[in-house]
Design a binder for this molecule. Structure first.
Ligand code: CO
Length: 211
């Protein structure tokens, strides 16, 4: 059996197991989803949003990319954010990074990863530059990377607050709350790093006055 055939076989087994437990399960979910959370996580295969939070299909709307970045020209991410906030009406947006993130570690090197990857990782280098003093003072390279993972999550949450999508929802609806978390690959535990309630103060330079 090829790996692909195995996936399809496992899918059949999973489907009949669910139907055995709850015959209406798929019928019910096919009609609507009412997730309360938008998850922006790393594409890393070891960080599955639903598994580590014990949530079921229908509960978390998910966007993933390398190193869980919120980039204000990323139409993919902004579309997900717009849909989740304005149509699904999520109450929480979670940016979840993880210790040992390969994307973050790669951005700390001077290696040329060529073309598109260099472009993507540049955004993480820009986070490093904001905290150069703090990060350069950490001599252990793994600890330094872990701290950059935390700071990166914080910066991505701040990036969310700079969007008109979030500012408008805060003004009109007093939601969503923004959360920056880091997941530990070694212990499976999530550490909350940084939160922003609806209406939190942001740098005035990024505030829109005509929302
Ligand atoms: Co990662």
């Amino acid at each position: 059996m090829t790996p692909i055939e195995k996936l399809l076989l496992e899918n059949k087994a999973w489907s009949s197991e669910i139907k055995g437990d709850d015959p209406e399960y798929f019928e019910r979910l096919s009609h609507l989803q009412t997730p309360e959370f938008l998850w922006i996580g790393c594409s890393d295969s070891r960080v599955p949003a639903d598994r580590i939070t014990g949530t079921q299909p229908g509960e978390i709307f998910v966007h993933r990319n390398i190193a869980n970045l919120v980039i204000h020209t990323d139409v993919n991410l902004l579309s997900v954010l717009d849909f989740a906030v304005n149509h699904l009406k999520v109450n929480h947006v979670i940016v979840c990074g993880h210790y040992g993130c390969g994307g973050v570690k790669a951005a700390m090197t001077n290696h040329d990863f060529k073309y598109v990857l260099n472009m993507w990782l540049r955004n993480i280098k820009d986070v490093y530059r904001l905290y150069t003093k703090e990060l350069d003072a950490i001599s252990d390279i793994d600890k330094r990377a872990d701290r950059l993972v935390e700071l990166n999550v914080k910066e991505q949450v701040l990036h969310l607050a700079k969007t008109s999508i979030i500012q408008r929802a805060w003004k009109n609806d007093r939601r969503p709350q923004l959360h920056g978390w880091v997941y530990g690959l070694r212990d499976g535990l999530i550490k909350p790093i940084f939160d922003m309630d609806a209406g939190s103060a942001i740098d005035p330079l990024y505030q829109y006055d005509d929302l």
